[in-house]
Design a binder for this molecule. Structure first.
Ligand SMILES: NC(=O)C1=CN([C@@H]2O[C@H](COP(=O)(O)OP(=O)(O)OC[C@H]3O[C@@H](n4cnc5c(N)ncnc54)[C@H](O)[C@@H]3O)[C@@H](O)[C@H]2O)C=CC1
Ligand SMILES: O=C(O)[C@@H]1CCC=N1
Length: 278
C-alpha cells in the first residue's frame, strides 16, 4: 500500500504521542529502528515518568504536557487507554488544526467519537496495531476518518509498514481486528509458555524448552506467510499416520483447542465494542 518513493517525505515528519506507555514505546522504537523518523523529530507526553528513561534512550523528547506534543507535531498518535481519549482530546482540541493528522490506536473508540471531540474537518485515522511492531513484525489495520485524505492514510500505512504489515479496511471491521491481531500476541505468548511448560514437564531444561517453543511458533507462522499454503494442509504434513502429532492433535481437539481460540477472538471483539460504547 505504501510506496517506497514517499520515504523521503517522512524523515522530516514531526511525530508526537500523547500517552507514553507500552504501545507508544513499541511503535516509537520500531519506527526509529526502521530509520523512517528521526528520534529528534519525535516527542511523547505522559503524566507518569515511568517510561521517561526508555524514551530518552531512544533520543526521543519526553514531556508531561500534552499541549507541547500538539505544538511540536504534525502527526499525533493518541496512545492513551480508551477511557482517557475524551479528556485528552478535550484538553488539546483548541490547538489542533487542519495541518495535523490525528492517529488513534485506542481499542474500540470510533472515528465518529474522536471527530466529534475535535474541530470540524480534522484529519483522523484510526489504527489497530500490535506489540510486535517493536521487532518490525507488527500487524496493523487502518481506517481513515471522514476528513482524512488518501495521502494521510498512505503516510500512516508507510509508518506502520516500516514495522510490519499494514492493511486498510472499513472501520466496522476494526473491533474484530482488535480481537484477532491486536490482542493476538497475548494468545501466542500464552501458547509458547504452555508448550514450554509441556516440555519442562517431560524433562527438558526450561531455557531449551522456551527456545524450542518460540522458534516452533515463529517457524510455523513463517511457513504460512511465505508459502501461502493453508495451515490445515501444513498441519497434515506434520501428522504421520499413527504417529505422535495426530495423537497430540486428538488431545487438542478433545480439549476444545480451536474452539477456545475462536471464542477468545469473539470475546475480545465484543469487549472492544463495549469499550467504544462507554
Ligand atoms: N498494548 C497493546 O498490545 C495494544 C494497545 N492498544 C491501545 O493502545 C492504547 C495504549 O495502550 P498501552 O500502551 O497498552 O497502555 P499503557 O497503560 O501502557 O499506556 C497508556 C499511557 O497513557 C498515560 N496517560 C494516562 N493519562 C494520560 C494523560 N492525561 N495524558 C497523556 N498520557 C496519559 C499513562 O500514564 C500510560 O503510560 C490503548 O488505547 C490500547 O487500547 C492498541 C493495540 C495493542
Ligand atoms: O487489551 C487491550 O485492550 C489492548 C487492545 C489490543 C491489545 N491490547
Amino acid at each position: 500500500m505504501a510506496s517506497t518513493s514517499e520515504t523521503c517525505c517522512t524523515t522530516d515528519l514531526k511525530v508526537g504521542f500523547m500517552g507514553a506507555g507500552r504501545m507508544a514505546y513499541a511503535i516509537t522504537r520500531g519506527i526509529v529502528n526502521a530509520g523512517l523518523v528521526r528520534p529528534s523529530n519525535i516527542i511523547v507526553s505522559d503524566p507518569s515518568p515511568l517510561m521517561k528513561n526508555e524514551f530518552e534512550e531512544l533520543g526521543v523528547a519526553f514531556t508531561d504536557d500534552n499541549k507541547e506534543v500538539v505544538a511540536r507535531s504534525q502527526l499525533i498518535v493518541l496512545s492513551v487507554k480508551p477511557n482517557m481519549v475524551k479528556p485528552v482530546l478535550q484538553e488539546v482540541s483548541s490547538l489542533i488544526s487542519k495541518d495535523n493528522i490525528i492517529v488513534s490506536i485506542a481499542a474500540g473508540i470510533k472515528l465518529a467519537t474522536i471527530e466529534e471531540l475535535l474541530p470540524s474537518g480534522t484529519r483522523v485515522v484510526r489504527v489497530m496495531p500490535n506489540t510486535p511492531v517493536l521487532v518490525q513484525a507488527g500487524a496493523a489495520v487502518l481506517a481513515p476518518g471522514s476528513a482524512a485524505n488518501p495521502r494521510d492514510a498512505q503516510l500512516v500505512a508507510q509508518l506502520l509498514s516500516s514495522v510490519g504489515i499494514c492493511e486498510q479496511a472499513s472501520e466496522k471491521l476494526l473491533d474484530a481486528v482488535t480481537g484477532l491481531s491486536g490482542s493476538g500476541p497475548a494468545y501466542a505468548f500464552a501458547a509458547i509458555e504452555a508448550m514450554a511448560d509441556g516440555g519442562v514437564k517431560m524433562g527438558l531444561p526450561r531455557d531449551l524448552a522456551m527456545k524450542l517453543a518460540a522458534q516452533t511458533m515463529l517457524g510455523a507462522a513463517k511457513m504460512v506467510v511465505e508459502t501461502g499454503r493453508h495451515p490445515g494442509q501444513l498441519k497434515d504434513e506434520v501428522c504421520s499416520p499413527g504417529g505422535t502429532t495426530i495423537t497430540a492433535m486428538h488431545v487438542l481437539e478433545k480439549n476444545g483447542f480451536r474452539a477456545s481460540l475462536i471464542d477468545a477472538v469473539e470475546a475480545a471483539t465484543k469487549r472492544a465494542e463495549e469499550l467504544g460504547q462507554q
